[in-house]
Design a protein around this ligand. Sequence first.
Ligand SMILES: Cc1ncc(COP(=O)(O)O)c(C=O)c1O
Length: 369
Amino acid sequence: MPLARPVLGEPEERRVLEVLRSGQLSLGPRLEEFERAFAERLGAPLASAVSSGTAGLHLALRAVGVSDGDEVLTSPFSFVASANAAIYERARPVFADIDPRTLNLDPDAAAAAITPRTRALLPVHIFGYPAEMAAFESLAARHGLGVVEDACEALGARHRDGTAVGARGNPAVFGFYANKQLTTGEGGMITLGSPEHKQRIDSERNQGRAPDMGWLDHDRLGFNYRLSDIACALGIAQLERLEEMLAGRAAAAALYREALSGLEGLELPCPDTGGEQRGWFVFVVQLPRGVDRDGAVGALAARGIQSKPYLPAIHLMSFYRERFGHRPGEFPVCEDVAARSVALPFFPQLREEQIERVAGSLAAVLGQA
Ligand SMILES: Cc1ncc(COP(=O)(O)O)c(C=O)c1O
């Protein structure tokens, strides 16, 4: 059983074929159409499509003014790209520990890690669970910091006031890699509230060109972070069936919760509380303490079930240890969670009997069958 599988079909084929037949493969009408539809779906004022979530994080950090020597305060329990994006701008990612329930950056730990060099906060809505944005925004306001949200895993998530993650006006970055809730193969979207930020991002994703300039005139440093019209067409078709895909993931998660509830010492993703709503992306469990996690992943593979250690702590990756001198013990909650976490097969088309097979296999691997 694979870990992830995209939902693709006739609507995607039709939309992509239309673009191929039009001959306008990039910088065509699908770009704006996708941006508008995405912003509307979230209730966000504006959106800019980009070539990946990583590219989006880079441009969003530039937009809020991160540059040489700054510190960007972020979570060590994330995909590595959220921290790397700061390094692209010669800034330093500074970590603080996570909340053991939500696995998101802990606002109190973040507050304690602010220094005079802190320029921005970069909370991550990990595994699609909404980060405590109200707390981060007031922290940012008190210290004059920029805020960028890493929402790459959080399409469909909602804050306790019912607003969608990504609709608060901070630049919020979504990812459309093949395993995501919505995919364009590779791709991303920045939702945002500031027209000035959008103008800058749209220029920088397109080699630094101002909208009214000719092909070869550039008024700033830019990148090629464009999303092609082919990818945008795929995204439009995926957006049209987003509710169905999110509902499929939520249903699979509910079945997993039931099937795994009897396993002793196994920790499941935290349930939605206080009106917060997870946008289901992965189903990650924490194995009981003392279990050989990598051995369990191997034993599941031997039973035909893909799983993976997910996520490793960023500060303990070799590049981060070497570059910044990080050592085990700095962020104990993150390190404990990272050492025990396993992502199980998770996609909207998962059937009940498949989930039962995964649960049965996990029980056997844990010696609880
Ligand atoms: C939390 C998080 N941040 C950033 C990224 C980077 O996105 P991409 O792979 O689209 O560059 C991902 C996805 O892979 C992610 O899960």
